[in-house]
Structures are given as structure tokens and as C-alpha cells.
Write a protein that binds this ligand. Structure first.
Ligand code: FAD
Ligand code: SIN
Length: 558
């Protein structure tokens, strides 16, 4: 037994490249963080979108927070969020109506208790955002509320069409003065480190290995670790997501032993720009909320053939209808027609989208805009409760990386930012109640036997293959045969990755490749288990929904 340990202490699992020892050495004030190979924090937060930023804000008053982000702060989905944040803010709306719209969008799979908790905090969260300086658009002295698909009322608070950026800036400004929060940009979390209790045999998360901008692997030991790593859009060829969305949190949690839930429900946003120079640009659903139409090349509105709500049907229905028309008509795209919207409203409310399109030579007020559906959001994730608690002691998961059951089989537009913030708030409240675990030090990353750089072409080839396979076989419409084909290809690619991952120095693209490969495998396995069509999962072999809706939960074998 190591010195200082009694039977109630933690001993540490020795995994490849992962060893742990006890210590109680915090980072000293005059040490440069980037020079330091072993860091220590009370709270390690991985990811600085809405979820990570609010959690950091809340926890700063209670201990040392290390906020790790793999890119710059604006490389998050949050920063890019356009439409807004949903909440019951007007007299003509009601809590029950927002709950019902969420349940309807989720097609029988939402966890109603979770829906009620999260929707119930909408007004409070939006009020807090206003208080900390988010300049939501106003009209006649009240918030201007916009409307999006699946909502029966106007209930989306927004800052023009750049809501996420405004929220991020307000949260960042709150964090800035806190001496307790240390921000590490361009640090990529590689894997979580777990230990096992000598007494109960129970595993615990004690921190993470992180790749710093100099290409060195540092260790961060933490009392509590919070994953706020966002989504997985990069698993697909066409996505609205920023580069960072490679599912790292889900992959790390899975490797550490956590259960994952409902990963087959990938939300494709109906209207992403189809243009060779504007690959992942989103055209907010709020455009349709304000009156834009979807048409084919002949100018025909076809969505009423699929749903009586037409352009305001929920996202799964609109995306599937567009996909169906593209395939039926043998064309590359459909079109968004924003001309029914008053041009002044476009110039005011949608000024970022308008100016980005103008830079590509498209005038939103005058012309049709070519659009295709693209991977936008993952409704599934690490199984967690509303406070982010996972099945692994010491580990929380919040925001898009988590799956609470709020979204069921399809997320209602603008419910995601709300979920991120409500979860971050609940998570912080839960974290500060936890007993402080014994301090520990994580041993150096073991890179003995590593041979120099891998040829980058191998990594690129596997990246491209995974994304193409997922887009062609595990997209909006699936079948048993397509899933089998995708699974076969994934196995080969994963074997290749395994053959070189441990032999070469880690790099961001290699780490991300390993993660998107794992995510692709887990998405396919989840899709194979769902022998029905529901919400975002549509299979030509099982076109009907089962009478009883149930979650798909996968658990790692180790
Ligand atoms: P993110 O905001 O994605 O942040 C994740 C963070 O984790 C990033 O900072 C990333 O760098 C970091 N990270 C990831 N992996 C690692 C790693 N290995 N190591 C270190 N750091 C890591 N939802 C709405 O409710 N309303 C909207 O209007 C809306 N519009 C959207 C528009 C776009 C273009 C997109 C892409 C999404 C939109 N969504 C919207 C969805 C919503 O923005 C996201 O679901 C939400 O912002 C996710 O927040 P998050 O904090 O969970 O993660
Ligand atoms: C949008 O503005 O269309 C995105 C809204 C969302 O994803 O909730």
C-alpha cells in the first residue's frame, strides 16, 4: 500500500499511459501554468460553451476552477447559436404549453419530470442573462420574442441572430474578474483518469490528461470533473457545428466507464447553406418563424404535403421532407425564400446572416438561398440527471454532451441553450455539496516506445471515410442494410486507428479521429437497437413507431 493510504483511501487503476499517486501540491501562484506538467484544481471544467461558462461562474466562489478549452472561446456551438433561448416570457404563453411542445417534439421519449424542471427555470435563466448584460432585443419595453418550428407561441428571446455570442460574452465578462478561475485555451482533454476505492471497489474520476499547445501532455488532478464539451456534428460530412464538435466528452466518458443514452437521435437542421464557400453556415429557423418559405427550384412550397404546420413543423419533419424532395427530384438542394419577410426586419433581426450571405454574393432580401439539411445537434449523450451527475463518481456531464431525457427523440428549437444553463446551475449546486476527496497526483503521461510522427495522410483519409460513411449510411434515412455496411467499414477504420494510436505522439487531429470513430460506432450501435422509427431516427425497415417508447442505453463492458 502507498504511504498515507488507509483502507478507505483511493488506489488508482493503472491503465496504459495512466498512473496515479497521492499528493497535495496545488499550483503555486508564481508558477507559469503552461510550464507546469501537473496541475491541481478543486473543479476541472472541460469546455467553455454556455454550460461550462456558467458552471465556472457559479463555482468560482467555492474553490479553484480550471476551465479548459480546446480552441479559442468562440470555437463553441454556443458562440454560433443564432435563433435564441426559449422560455415562457409573455402573458399569452404558459409553462404547460412550453412543456407540451417539448413533449410533442420529443415524440413520446422525453422524460417529463426533466422537461418540467428545465422548462420551469426558463424565465429565471433569461432574467439572469438580462441582469448580467445580455442585450436581448426588445419591443415596446418588453423582450422581443421570436418563433421557431414546433413552438405554439412566440417564446424565443434573442439578440438579433447572434444570441449565442451575446450570451458567451456576458458570461465571460462575469468570469474575468474571478481570481479563482484559470482559463486554459488551446488545451485538448485526452482522457479522464479514474481511480478505484480500496474499500468499496467503486471507481472515481480524479482528473484528466490534457494536451497543451506545445504538444506536451499535462495532468490535471481535480476534486470534481465536469464535462461540458458540446456536440458531435463533425462525425458527419455536412454540419452546422464548429470544428470542436468531435464528441470528445462522450468518448472520454465512455472509455472511463459511463453509460451513454439515445445516441441515434441526430438532429439535422433543415436549412444550412448549400454553397462551396459557406459550408457550415446556418440559416436560423427564426427566418421561417418570421415568415420565410421553403421552396423547390420551381418555387413550389412542398412542406404542407408532409405536415399541416408547413414551414413551422418540427425540425425532424422539415429536414426529412427536404431530404426526400432532394432525392425524389434528383437535385442538390432546396431553397429558402425570405422575400415574404419585410426587408427592414431582415436588415435588423437577421443582420449577421444577411451580411454573411452578401459576402458570398447572395441577397437574402431579394433572392432564393440554396439550402440542405446538415447535422446540427445530438439529442443523446452521456447519461446524466438534471444536475449532470453521471454513473461515475466525481464526474458530471452538462449541456449537449449529456443526455437527461429533455429532448427525447427530437429537440425542440432553442431548448438547448436553456438546458445548458439550467444544468450548469444545478450541477454547481450539487458539486459544492460533495465532500472534498483526498488530493492526488496523476503520474506523467507515459510515452515510452513512441515513434515519430505518423503520416498525416492516414489520419485525413480515416477522418474523411468516417464522415462520408456516416452521411451516406447513418443520415436522415436509415435501413438495416445501411447500418450494417456502416458498421463493417467502421470496424476496419477503428482497427487501423488502434494500430497507430499508441505508437505515435498524440496530436489534436489524432485524438479527434479516435473520438469521432468511437462516436460513429456508438451511434450505429444505438441505431441498430432501435427497431422502429421515432422522431429523428427513421428506418425504412421499421417505418412505424412502437407502442411503447424506450431509451437506448449502452454500457461499456469493462
Ligand atoms: P459548446 O457550446 O459546443 O461548447 C463546447 C466546448 O467544449 C467548446 O468550447 C469546445 O472547444 C470544448 N471542447 C470540446 N472538446 C474538448 C476537449 N477534448 N478538450 C477541451 N475542450 C473541449 N441552441 C439553442 O438553444 N438556440 C439556438 O439558437 C441555437 N443555435 C445554434 C446554431 C448553431 C450554428 C449551432 C451549431 C447550434 C445551435 N444551437 C442552438 C445548439 C446550441 O448552441 C448547443 O447545443 C449549445 O450551445 C451547446 O453548449 P455546450 O456548452 O454544451 O457546448
Ligand atoms: C436556429 O437558429 O435555427 C437554431 C436554433 C436551435 O438549434 O435551437
Amino acid at each position: 500500500m502507498l504511504p498515507g493510504l488507509d483502507k478507505n483511501s483511493w488506489i488508482f487503476l493503472v491503465l496504459k499511459r495512466e498512473k496515479l499517486f497521492l499528493h497535495d501540491k496545488p499550483v503555486s501562484a508564481n508558477q507559469s501554468l503552461t510550464e507546469c506538467k501537473h496541475l491541481h484544481a478543486d473543479y476541472l471544467i472541460i469546455g467553455s460553451g454556455a454550460a461550462g461558462l456558467l458552471a465556472a461562474n457559479r463555482l468560482a466562489a467555492h474553490g479553484q476552477v480550471l476551465l479548459v478549452n480546446k480552441g479559442r472561446f468562440k470555437d463553441s456551438s454556443t458562440w454560433n447559436a443564432q435563433g435564441g433561448i426559449a422560455g415562457v416570457m409573455s402573458e399569452s404563453d404558459s409553462f404547460d404549453s412550453h412543456v407540451q411542445d417539448t413533449l410533442d417534439a420529443g415524440v413520446g421519449l422525453c422524460h417529463e419530470d426533466v422537461v418540467r424542471v428545465i422548462i420551469g427555470h426558463g424565465r429565471e435563466i433569461i432574467d439572469e442573462l438580462v441582469e448580467i448584460g445580455t442585450a436581448f432585443d426588445e419591443e415596446n419595453g418588453a423582450l422581443h420574442l421570436t418563433r421557431e418550428g414546433g413552438h405554439s407561441s412566440r417564446r424565443v428571446a434573442h439578440v438579433q441572430d447572434a444570441t449565442g455570442r451575446a450570451i458567451s460574452e456576458a458570461l465571460l465578462a462575469q468570469i474575468a474578474p474571478h481570481a479563482n478561475v484559470t482559463r486554459l485555451e488551446e488545451h485538448v482533454a485526452i482522457d479522464l483518469v479514474t481511480s478505484v476505492s480500496t474499500d468499496a471497489g467503486q471507481k472515481r474520476c480524479v482528473g484528466a490528461y490534457v494536451l497543451n499547445p506545445d504538444g506536451e501532455v499535462i495532468t490535471i488532478a481535480a476534486g470534481q470533473t465536469i464535462l461540458a464539451t458540446g456536440g458531435t456534428g463533425k462525425v458527419y460530412l455536412y454540419t452546422s457545428n464548429p470544428h470542436a464538435a468531435t464528441g470528445d466528452g462522450i468518448a472520454m466518458a465512455w472509455r472511463a466507464g459511463c453509460a451513454v443514452m439515445n445516441l441515434e437521435f441526430i438532429q439535422f437542421h433543415p436549412t444550412c447553406l448549400y454553397h462551396r464557400e459557406g459550408s457550415n453556415m446556418l440559416l436560423s429557423e427564426a427566418l421561417r418563424g418570421e415568415g420565410a418559405h421553403i421552396v423547390d427550384a420551381d418555387g413550389r412550397r412542398f412542406l404542407f404535403d408532409y405536415d399541416e404546420r408547413g414551414e413551422l413543423a418540427s425540425r425532424d419533419i422539415v429536414a426529412r421532407a427536404i431530404d426526400h424532395e432532394i432525392k425524389k427530384q434528383g437535385v442538390d438542394c432546396m431553397y429558402l425564400d425570405a422575400r415574404p419577410i419585410n426587408a427592414n426586419l431582415i436588415l435588423d433581426h437577421f443582420r449577421n446572416i444577411h451580411s454573411r450571405l452578401l459576402a458570398l454574393g447572395i441577397d437574402l432580401t431579394q433572392e432564393l438561398v440554396p439550402v440542405v439539411p446538415a447535422a446540427h445537434y445530438i439529442c443523446g449523450g452521456i447519461q446524466a440527471d438534471v444536475t449532470g451527475k453521471t454513473s461515475l463518481d466525481g464526474l458530471y456531464a452538462i449541456g449537449e454532451t449529456a443526455c437527461t431525457g429533455l429532448h427525447g427523440a427530437n429537440r425542440l428549437a432553442s431548448n438547448s441553450l436553456l438546458e445548458c444553463l439550467v444544468m450548469a446551475d444545478g450541477c454547481a449546486a450539487d458539486v459544492i455539496k460533495q465532500p472534498v476527496p483526498p488530493a492526488c497526483e496523476i503520474a506523467n503521461w507515459d510515452d515510452s516506445g513512441i515513434v515519430p510522427e505518423i503520416e498525416r495522410i492516414q489520419i485525413k483519409q480515416n477522418w474523411d471515410e468516417i464522415r462520408a460513411t456516416m452521411s451516406h449510411y447513418v443520415g436522415i434515412v436509415r435501413s438495416d442494410e445501411r447500418l450494417r455496411r456502416a458498421a463493417r467499414r467502421l470496424r476496419i477504420i477503428q482497427d487501423e486507428i488502434a494500430s497507430y494510436y499508441w505508437k505515435h505522439p498524440v496530436s489534436q487531429d489524432l485524438l479527434e479521429l479516435r473520438n469521432i470513430a468511437l462516436l460513429a460506432e456508438l451511434i450505429i450501435r444505438s441505431a441498430e437497437q432501435r427497431l422502429e422509427s421515432r422522431g429523428l431516427h427513421y428506418s425504412t425497415d421499421y417505418p412505424q413507431s412502437s407502442a411503447v417508447a424506450s431509451d437506448t442505453v449502452l454500457r461499456p463492458e469493462h
